[in-house]
Design a protein around this ligand. Sequence first.
Ligand code: AMP
Length: 197
Amino acid sequence: MRLIFLGPPGAGKGTQAKRLVERYSIPQLSTGDMLRAAVAGGTPIGLKAKAVMESGQLVSDDIVVGIIVDRIQQSDAHNGFILDGFPRTLGQAEALDAALKSRSQKIDLAIELKVDHDRLIDRITSRALEARDRGEEVRKDDDPEIFKARLEAYARDTAIVAPYYKDRGLLVEIDGQQSIDAVTEDIQKALSGLDKN
Ligand code: AMP
């Protein structure tokens, strides 16, 4: 099963993707996590991506497409994967389709978590406070000003990706403002419909 989570930063994509990893035994591929690891490791990609990420802008398509195309060819992704935070532009969506097509593969479903932007700012502020309370380092890009830049990047470049999948009959929209369990339940319903097809 090849799934994509769409939705603005803070919508709960990572949380829900992790729940599916356990259930379906397929990996969660988060470009944000991979890029943060590259930054922490000081790799050439990390060096290029660091300032862009810290300003809340998008890393270039060629970098993230390269990362994902490599990653989906690894053996643990043969039975499927859950993309979290990719694709974030139309160019990334098209490059993903081309990479999958060349291997006779396709996306089964794109799940869009819909959350009002005001609600996201509240969520991200509490995410930062909770991380601080746990003694963890707070993500620089969870700073409220940078977070606004991330929301703007979403509106400018990423909001257009959901219609791309809708046009292909692959999109399911879910109310991401419900409780985490209620969102998981709606996702399960959408996926069970898929199993029956
Ligand atoms: P995330 O953890 O998904 O919110 O990603 C954190 C940051 O990594 C984003 O604000 C971008 O700077 C960068 N990033 C992650 N995924 C992508 C992507 N698919 N395209 C471009 N930039 C990305």
